[in-house]
Design a protein around this ligand. Structure first.
Ligand SMILES: [Zn+2]
Ligand SMILES: [Zn+2]
Length: 248
């Protein structure tokens, strides 16, 4: 398991793959593994419309499309769907796949999700959680009978965090935004991300048996971010590494 001491591949874009078939965000999804492995991804949860999170989506759909009624189920908030339809699947940046695929050979199935309204994906109950970001953004809480994991990016410190830590049953891990070093606090504030010092204040109430995994470190500031995160002296802190398997 990588810790803050382990050299880590950079976080150029964001996507997390769960059990080989559920993706949260699609930044790099189209560029990793084989097409057959990409075809196993049947559920996609999108946090928000920024390019480092949705950039791989058109290519992923292109890579994996088969003209059958089977297609990936995509879940996102209404603002994210509006952006995708207006600015990506608009016949300019990428074809309007809804129009081309129709209902017999769809490219994807659209699900609009709302904050706090839970739904089921495979064996998980999924609850969208509102983040604090410059566009409407949802984090996701995934729960099954063995435990819960919170995926929380892109975000500034968000109001529900402390309440959630107290109320989530059997919380095992939190993946949390740590985007900009402390000296760029002004940029974190304007772009609504989290610095290591804010990160430290957020997680100080988190029980020591919960893994806290820093995400979304801006590649240009990676080493400085690692140093500042290490200085927090949190025994349960890890830094997310690309292409690393987390067993939770
Ligand atoms: Zn963002
Ligand atoms: Zn981002």
């Amino acid at each position: 398991m990588p810790s803050v001491d382990t050299p880590c591949r950079l976080h150029y874009t964001t996507s997390v793959l769960i059990d080989g078939h559920i993706a949260i965000d699609t930044g790099g999804l189209a560029y990793l593994r084989t097409v057959e492995e990409q075809r196993q991804v049947d559920h996609i949860l999108l946090t928000h419309s920024h390019i480092d999170h949705i950039g791989g989506l058109p290519i992923f759909i292109d890579n994996t499309y088969q003209p059958t009624p089977q297609c990936p189920e995509i879940y996102a908030g209404s603002a994210t769907w509006d952006s995708l339809e207006k600015h990506i699947f608009n016949d300019l940046i990428w074809p309007n796949l809804d129009r081309i695929g129709g209902t017999e050979a769809p490219f994807y199935r659209k699900h609009v999700v709302d904050a706090h309204r839970s739904f089921t994906v495979g064996k998980y109950q999924v609850t969208p959680i509102p983040m604090e970001h410059i566009v409407p953004t949802l984090g996701y809480l995934l729960e099954d009978e063995t435990g819960s994991v919170l995926f929380a990016w892109d975000t500034a410190p968000f109001p529900e965090f402390v309440k959630m830590i107290d109320s989530i049953s059997n919380l095992k891990a939190i993946f949390l935004d740590a985007s900009f070093p402390n000296k760029l606090g002004w940029l974190a504030e304007k772009s609504q991300h989290t610095t290591p010092s804010q990160f430290g204040r957020m997680v100080e109430q988190v029980p020591a048996n919960v893994r806290v995994i820093a995400m979304h470190l801006k590649p240009g500031h990676h080493d400085e971010l690692i140093e500042e995160l290490q200085q927090l002296n949190l025994p349960n802190l890890e830094v997310a590494c690309s292409e690393t398997l987390y067993e939770i």
